[in-house]
Structures are given as C-alpha cells and as structure tokens.
Design a protein around this ligand. Structure first.
Ligand SMILES: Cc1cc2nc3c(=O)[nH]c(=O)nc-3n(C[C@H](O)[C@H](O)[C@H](O)COP(=O)(O)OP(=O)(O)OC[C@H]3O[C@@H](n4cnc5c(N)ncnc54)[C@H](O)[C@@H]3O)c2cc1C
Length: 103
C-alpha cells in the first residue's frame, strides 16, 4: 500500500519541524522519519528510542493543540555498559563529518 507521502534524501519519511508529513493531516515520528541533523545540517534517520520518544510527545502536542511545538533534531547520543566499562558517544562520527565536508 502506498500512502503517497514524500520520501526524503535519506530514504525516510519527510517531515517538517512540527513532524507533519507532506500530507498535513498525517504526522510521523521515530525510526521511519528523517530529519536535519543539527551538526551536519544533512537529513538523516535516527534509530534511537530517546529521540523517538521526544518526537512522540511533540507530535501529540501538535495534533491535540495545533502545531505548538517544533522538533529541533538529535545529535544521536548513545551509551552502553560492557561489564565494568561504560562507553558513550555524542555528536557525529568523524567519517560522517568528512563526508559532510565534501558535499
Ligand atoms: C535490538 C535493538 C536494540 C536497541 N537498543 C536501543 C538502545 O539501547 N537505545 C536506544 O535509544 N534505542 C535502541 N534501539 C532503537 C529503538 O528501539 C528504536 O529507535 C525505537 O524503538 C523506535 O521507535 P518507533 O516507535 O519509531 O518504532 P518501533 O518501536 O519499532 O515501533 C513500531 C511499531 O509499529 C508496529 N508496526 C509495524 N508495521 C505495522 C503495520 N503495518 N501496522 C501496524 N503496526 C505496525 C510494530 O509492530 C511496532 O510495534 C534498539 C533497537 C533494536 C532493534
């Protein structure tokens, strides 16, 4: 089935800052969408639960109250614990920054 929604350059569902798709009566959040990365300014898909949760809350406010809140994007912070070692990452990997520089 094809909803006819605009697909962006990163192959995710395109949304505006209110998380509205190209059909203004349809909102989208989470792993399915792409959004501008605040560091590289390139559109990307973020596969993380935190941003998906935040988008869900913003989306709910916008659906109920009428586009009152904007989403600003995610810098993709992740953390993992392996036995006694905790590893975290925030921002954009150098290989992606190099690619972004060249475009
Ligand atoms: C193994 C694994 C580990 C992860 N660990 C982390 C982590 O540590 N930290 C982190 O931030 N993120 C983690 N993630 C990513 C995180 O789970 C996702 O980014 C987040 O769940 C995305 O939320 P979502 O609501 O977009 O999609 P989902 O949580 O995938 O929800 C989509 C829902 O839609 C339903 N669905 C699909 N198709 C249809 C259909 N046609 N009709 C009706 N319903 C449908 C699915 O059954 C599902 O319930 C992990 C993901 C995986 C797979």
């Amino acid at each position: 089935m094809n909803a006819g929604l605009k697909i962006g350059t990163a192959r995710g569902i395109w949304v505006n800052e209110y998380l509205q798709t190209s059909d203004p009566s349809i909102y989208a959040v989470g792993d399915a969408i792409e959004f501008e990365n605040p560091i590289t300014h390139q559109s990307m898909i973020t596969y993380l639960a935190g941003p998906a949760n935040k988008q869900g809350r913003i989306c709910a406010n916008n659906v109920v109250l009428g586009n009152v809140q904007t989403y600003k994007g995610s810098i993709n912070t992740a953390i993992v614990k392996v036995f006694d070692m905790t590893v975290a990452t925030a921002g954009t990997a150098s290989k992606h920054l190099t690619t972004a520089d060249q475009t």
